[in-house]
Design a protein around this ligand. Structure first.
Ligand SMILES: [Cu+2]
Length: 166
């Protein structure tokens, strides 16, 4: 019976803790390393990359939008033999403590129907909508076309691209 008071105290703390947690809005995921590749005028698609960090609350990225393109889709790139293929991803689960990286040759935000070329050094806003946290705004910086390594073929020909040799 010696343990009873501390067990009760623990229980009380758990109940209070749960009540406190329920009263707080879920901490929004933060976005960093947000960038896009420069494009030329003839190309109407681009890609944006960023890192999503969750802060204790699991969430799900459900959509994205930006004023520079008609729409922004979540895509993933997968190797199929010697071909790199992209396919749309409906949503992206984010575990409560996860860092999810969107990067060339992997997950990315496809900017479809660009209204203007993406010029190196330019910034543009992008909104990410999460199921629980709602909308998170971020600023994308445009990097030169060859930025971030050799995997530059991601978006020249949407749908089918040659695999890049290491
Ligand atoms: Cu894509």
């Amino acid at each position: 019976m010696r343990n009873t008071p501390s067990a009760l105290l623990l229980l009380a703390m758990l109940v209070l803790g749960a009540g406190y947690a329920a009263a707080q809005p879920a901490p929004k995921p933060t976005i960093d390393h947000a960038w896009a590749r420069a494009t030329v005028a003839a190309v109407k698609t681009g890609a944006a990359y960023l890192t999503i960090t969750a802060h204790g609350a699991p969430d799900k990225l459900v959509s994205a939008s930006t004023p520079v393109a008609e729409r922004a889709e979540l895509h993933e790139t997968q190797r199929d033999g010697d071909i790199m293929k992209m396919r749309p991803v409906e949503s992206l689960d984010i575990a409560g403590t996860a860092k999810v990286v969107l990067a060339p040759s992997g997950l990315h935000l496809m900017l479809i129907g660009l209204k203007q070329p993406l010029v190196p050094g330019q910034h543009f806003p992008l909104s990410l909508t999460f199921q629980n946290a709602g909308t998170v705004e971020t600023e994308i910086v445009v990097e030169r076309a060859g930025a971030a390594g050799p995997m530059d073929m991601d978006h020249g020909m949407p749908g089918m691209m040659p695999a890049t040799k290491p």
